[in-house]
Design a protein around this ligand. Structure first.
Ligand code: NAI
Length: 351
């Protein structure tokens, strides 16, 4: 994926500094695999690791993480847990995206030929508004027993992410953009988002086909006829749900990686953004999603040789060697998958 704008990055002596946020659940172990692979291939990256304590109610750790990403320009992250149930303690993941103004999320969903799935050859890109909508985190109890939750849609952010989607389609040779919405019920909020995408399609991107679909129907169409989709554009919560549906169609939470983009910073992470807490520490977590996120990061920083080497080694491991974890039908442990990737890297690097 081409960078849509030039994002400043920290570079010292040919090496890039990147903030690493391992997060909770399987985050620390899969980050460990990334570090092992980077060390093995000599990737010119220096990680600045920031651990965030999920049990603490203040946001000092998160503010520190944000400061380091502002300094480095780029981050690699797992899911940061928020253990407190107090309403005033908001999601750290959301806070990070909001404070870094990373308004667009991109999930490239391409089938792996070696993973057995109902549908073959899916190739869809989901572009999701990443900072507002249902994630405004503005909830209150207006009178006893009545909770109100605000969904915030702004013209500015709708236009930014819609333009991002059409630009993405144009620059990457994609033919069609589908806006996903519920404007039949949420006529003002989703209506604004839908109208913005229609206006841009009509006035600025006539060469790209544009249609729209109600979220309910979209989920049905995705599981029944996913090949009709090319680029999918939507607000925040629909984006999370649709991302999980498509990850499920392609083999689950352990494969795909997602990218958070703003005008100034970029953060890379596993596509479904979950913690995988139940499988942590058992050597069964699929390491591929985080490794793919690290490859996206290398590409973003222009380290194409290293990115391409890891990507080819990963694809051979999944599609040819079929050394995969149980979540995608295999019997390998996480470390066996990583070792196989490194063996492939060794062979490929030697030509
Ligand atoms: P989860 O972490 O329980 O994962 C869902 C399923 O995918 C589980 O069966 C898990 O074992 C499996 N899985 C996840 N990563 C895997 C991997 N690398 N290899 C193999 N299997 C893997 O998901 P849940 O319950 O949705 O969320 C847990 C936490 O993550 C919650 O705190 C939630 O707030 C957070 N979260 C989840 C998001 C989602 O899209 N599912 C999005 C943002 C946050």
């Amino acid at each position: 994926i081409r960078k849509q704008k030039i994002i400043p990055v920290a570079q010292y002596g040919g090496r890039h500094a990147v903030t690493m946020l391992p997060g909770g659940g399987i985050g620390p172990e899969v980050m460990g695999y990334v570090r092992e692979i980077f060390k093995y291939i000599g990737a010119p990256i220096d990680f600045e690791v920031v651990d965030i304590d999920p049990t603490v109610d203040n946001d000092e750790d998160v503010q520190y993480a944000i400061t380091t990403i502002k300094r480095n320009g780029v981050g690699l992250k797992g899911n940061i847990e928020t253990k407190s149930e107090a309403a005033y303690v908001t999601s750290r993941n959301v806070a990070l995206r909001n404070e870094l103004d990373m308004y667009a999320y991109v999930l490239n969903c391409k089938s792996f030929p070696g993973v057995p799935t109902r549908h073959k050859d899916i190739d869809v890109v989901i572009i999701r508004q990443n900072t507002e909508g249902e994630y405004a985190m503005l909830e209150h109890e207006s009178v006893y027993g009545v909770i109100e939750s605000m969904k915030v849609v702004t013209a500015t952010n709708s236009e930014r992410v819609c333009r991002f989607a059409f630009e993405f389609a144009k620059r990457n040779g994609r033919k069609k953009v589908t806006t996903v919405h519920k404007a039949n019920i949420m006529k003002l909020s989703d209506g604004l988002f839908l109208e913005t995408s229609r206006r841009l399609a009509r006035d600025e991107y006539p060469e790209i086909e544009h249609n729209d679909m109600i979220i309910d129907n979209c989920c049905m169409q995705l599981v029944a006829k996913p090949h009709q989709f090319d680029v999918m554009l939507m607000t925040n919560l629909y984006g999370s749900i649709v991302s999980n549906v498509v990850c499920g169609l392609l083999g689950g939470a352990g494969l795909l990686s997602g990218r958070n983009y703003g005008d100034h910073y970029a953060v890379f992470e596993p596509g479904t953004r979950n913690t995988g807490t139940a499988i942590a520490g058992k050597n069964i977590a699929n390491p591929i999603a985080m490794i793919n996120a690290s490859v996206d990061m290398l590409e973003h920083l222009g380290h194409h040789y290293h990115a391409d080497l890891i990507r080819r080694a990963v694809n051979k491991t999944i599609n040819v060697d079929k050394i995969v974890t149980p979540d995608v039908g295999g019997t390998a442990s996480s470390t066996e998958v990583v070792n196989n990737i490194m063996v492939n890297i060794g062979k490929m690097a030697r030509g």
